[in-house]
Write a new protein. Structure first.
Length: 164
């Protein structure tokens, strides 16, 4: 386990997020994007907002900084441009942290608050964030499939095949 491996793994994460957005979410009507669902966090919009907020919170905790202000609740107006811009800012924050990540940092416990997270080791948090996102992307893919959208696999190994 080393920092370079995590940077590679996060390149997969970022590529999957971007692919999901570009291939499947951007073409949706806003009604489809905001259509309520009974499972997990609800609409595709709510799932996306949850996914990016969680990324931001975890990486903010790792750095001991405040996360960005959360996005407002849906207003009925198509806010995908502001959501995508916010997501890009979160990704840049994550990339900046990962660019500075050193092997020895992977075994530290930098989180002071909340108390339940203070014993977490950096490598555990880094794995969790991508695992969490994979779970929510899978939920979103199911929602998109139900909306009639052609979806694609998000398997890590396919990213590896394309990015040796």
């Amino acid at each position: 386990m080393n920092a370079e491996a995590f940077r590679y793994f996060y390149n997969y994460h970022f590529a999957q997020n971007r692919s999901l957005w570009d291939r499947a979410i951007a073409p949706l009507t806003y009604a489809q994007f905001g259509q309520e669902a009974a499972y997990s966090h609800g609409s595709v919009r709510s799932q996306i907002v949850h996914l990016l907020d969680v990324d931001d919170v975890w990486f903010s905790e790792l750095q001991g900084i405040e996360p960005f202000d959360p996005l407002p609740d849906a207003t009925g107006e198509d806010d995908r441009a502001s959501i995508r811009a916010h997501w890009d800012r979160v990704e840049q924050k994550m990339r900046a942290y990962l660019a500075e990540l050193q092997d020895e940092m992977l075994f530290t416990r930098p989180i002071a608050e909340p108390d339940e997270d203070k014993d977490l080791i950096v490598w555990q948090v880094l794995l969790h964030v991508v695992n969490h996102a994979t779970d929510h992307r899978a939920q979103i893919l199911r929602q998109l499939n139900d909306l009639g959208v052609d979806t694609a696999s998000q398997d890590f190994i396919f990213y590896v095949y394309d990015h040796p």
